[in-house]
Design a protein around this ligand. Structure first.
Ligand code: SF4
Ligand code: SF4
Length: 207
C-alpha cells in the first residue's frame, strides 16, 4: 500500500466496520446482518469456500481486517444472486462481496495469484484497449498467462471447443489481427480515467 493510501485508511485502524461502511460499495449494510446463515446455506459455492458471506460479515464486525481483506473467498462470488433473493434483511450481499474484493485490490492487499482476480485483470486490460472485448485475444492472454508451454497445453485442451465456436460463428479467428473496436476509443479511455479520478478523490486514494 502506498504511503498516501496508508494515510487514507489510518483513521480506521481500530474500527474496520466503520472503514467498510464508508469505503466499500454497499458496506453500510453489513451491520444489518443478523447472522441467520441463510446466505451461507444458499450459496452454491458454500461448501468450497473458507468464508461464507455470513462469516465475512461477522469477521468485519469483529474487526478482523487482515483476514477479510486477504480472504480468497470474496473473489469466488459468481453473482448468482441466490443470497440476495433469500436474505431476510435484504442485504445486497453480492455487491458487498465484490465491493470488499475491489477494496482489497485497490489497497494492494488482495491475495496474489487468485485466479478470479487474474482473470478480471486480463479482462479489464483487454476491454480498455479498444472499448470492446476481443474474445480471441482475451482467451489467448488467459491461456498464456502462466508461460508459453502451459499456454500451448491449454490451447490443445480447448481446441475442440474453439473449433466448435468458429463453426458456429461465435469466434472469429480474424479478430487476432485487429478485431472490432469502438469508434471513439480515446473518448472511452478518457471517460474511464475521469471516473477513476473522481472515485479516487472521493475516497482519498492515490494509485
Ligand atoms: S442471509 Fe442476510 S441476515 Fe442472514 S446471515 Fe446472510 S447476510 Fe446475514
Ligand atoms: S451471489 Fe455470490 S455470495 Fe451470493 S449465493 Fe451467489 S455465489 Fe454465493
Amino acid at each position: 500500500m502506498s504511503e498516501l493510501n496508508q494515510k487514507a485508511v489510518a483513521k480506521y485502524q481500530n474500527n474496520f466496520l466503520k472503514e467498510v461502511e464508508e469505503r466499500v460499495e454497499d458496506g453500510e449494510w453489513v451491520s444489518m446482518c443478523m447472522q441467520c446463515g441463510v446466505c451461507a446455506g444458499s450459496c452454491p459455492l458454500g461448501p468450497h469456500w473458507e468464508h461464507s458471506p455470513q462469516k465475512i460479515f461477522r469477521m468485519i464486525m469483529a474487526g478482523k481486517r487482515d483476514e477479510v481483506l486477504t480472504s480468497d473467498s470474496v473473489w469466488m462470488c459468481t453473482s448468482c444472486y441466490s443470497c440476495i433473493v433469500r436474505c431476510p434483511r435484504k442485504l445486497p450481499i453480492t455487491h458487498i462481496m465484490h465491493g470488499i474484493a475491489h477494496y482489497a485490490h485497490r489497497l494492494g492487499v488482495a491475495p496474489k495469484g487468485q485466479p478470479t482476480r487474474e482473470l478480471a485483470s486480463v479482462f479489464w486490460k483487454n476491454l480498455v484497449k479498444t472499448g470492446r472485448v476481443n474474445e480471441l485475444k482475451f482467451s489467448l492472454a488467459v491461456y498464456f498467462k502462466d508461460g508459453f508451454s502451459q499456454g500451448i497445453k491449454n490451447l490443445l485442451g480447448m481446441q475442440g471447443i474453439a473449433l466448435g465456436l468458429v463453426k458456429a460463428k461465435r469466434l472469429n479467428p480474424m479478430e487476432i489481427i485487429g478485431g472490432h473496436k469502438c469508434k471513439d476509443v480515446g473518448g472511452i479511455q478518457k471517460m474511464l480515467a475521469k471516473a477513476k479520478e473522481i472515485e479516487d478523490r472521493r475516497q482519498g486514494y492515490t494509485s
